[in-house]
Design a binder for this molecule. Structure first.
Ligand code: PMV
Length: 335
């Protein structure tokens, strides 16, 4: 039995990907920009068997002791991605597998668990087929998993997903290594409940929002500005832009049909606290993915004070401290 263990980070987008111009090829309407997270990651352990009838998925949830055999929609997505990978790598052969996946954070709660899982699986399957492909191709394959943002977990550090013109040129690359800027992402866990509507379903309805066309128009400018602010390490400008973009994505979500409200009352309470904290002189900005939990982006020097404030808030269950991180890596290979 051959075994491949891959570690892959979740990523937090400063400029979000929302809406797909091609839902089969998972092509986005806009470029997006993210940072890989040091302490929110998935370990994908792929065991390979000669018996091709073995196709199993086991998931160990956050803070749980045991793996559970998953026979639902998650397994179907994995089986579909296995076929996509075979086609992408032009491989005819088939093998059996058992996948053991464990997360360092709650899944389906707005912390990109599908991005870390599918980027990890893209690398593990590719290795299992004994194929060597470029980081660009691996990013394209991860995108084709269905979780488009998985393509941004493949390269290192700060990653830019270029929307491209077709499947072959829509991929993520590293804009800067993790050492470029010691930004922090404090993930405030307000709830570990799984969201009811997946982002895959949500993307399909983005075009029904009358706000969406304004989002796309303002994005051209915002993308240029955030790249500049990043290259100059202008945190004030950078923070303002990333917060604006999170709000613009959630405006789209809330105004699409049917509307998607990922926020809870606790999310709004926390947003207000972030704004007040900023008024008091601490520079911290928020961003939110498809879930009610909040990501606080700050600089290393302010991290301690921001952490101490939020850990005392009754709605905060836990805080995961993240630094920028490398992308997807094979960490163990047993032949
Ligand atoms: O990659 P998906 O299909 O899980 O979509 C994720 C989209 C957001 O997390 C909401 C935004 C982003 O760019 O990460």
């Amino acid at each position: 039995m051959k075994k491949i263990i891959v570690k892959s980070p979740a990523n937090i987008a400063f400029i979000k990907y929302w809406g797909q111009r091609d839902s089969k090829l998972i092509l986005p309407y806009n470029d997006s920009f993210s940072m890989n997270l040091s302490d929110c990651y998935t370990l994908v352990n792929l065991e390979i068997y000669e018996n091709k009838n073995i196709k199993q998925l086991y998931i160990k949830d956050y803070q749980s002791e045991n793996y559970k055999n998953s026979k639902d929609e998650s397994l179907n997505k994995v089986l579909k991605f296995f076929q996509t990978t075979k086609k992408f790598l032009s491989k005819d052969e088939e093998f059996g597998f058992k996948i053991f996946s464990s997360n360092s954070f709650p899944k389906k709660a707005g912390i990109a668990s599908s991005a870390s899982f599918f980027s990890g699986l893209a690398m593990a399957f590719t290795r299992a087929f004994n194929k060597k492909i470029s980081p660009k191709k691996l990013s394209i394959l991860a995108r084709l998993s269905g979780s488009g943002s998985a393509c941004r977990s493949i390269p290192d550090g700060f990653c830019w997903w270029s929307k491209g013109t077709k499947s072959d040129d829509s991929f993520a690359f590293s804009l800067a290594p993790l050492s470029y800027w010691n930004l922090c992402d404090l993930v405030l866990i307000l709830s570990t409940a799984e969201k009811k509507v997946s982002s895959s379903d949500g993307h399909q309805k983005a075009v029904t929002s009358s706000f969406f066309k304004y989002r796309l128009l303002e994005l051209n400018k915002r993308l240029k500005e955030i790249k500049n602010a990043f290259l100059k390490k202008d945190f004030t400008k950078f923070g303002k832009l990333l917060e604006e973009d999170a709000l613009s994505m959630h405006m789209t979500m809330m105004t699409q049909s049917p509307p998607l409200y990922y926020w809870s009352g606790k999310t709004i309470e926390t947003i207000k606290k972030v704004i007040n904290l900023r008024k008091s002189g601490l520079e911290v900005y928020f961003t939110i993915d498809a879930g009610e939990n909040i990501h606080l982006i700050c600089q290393e020097n302010d991290k301690g004070k921001i952490y101490d404030y939020f850990i005392r808030q009754p709605e905060v269950i836990k805080i995961i401290k993240n630094k920028p991180a490398d992308g997807t890596r094979i960490i163990q290979l047993i032949n």
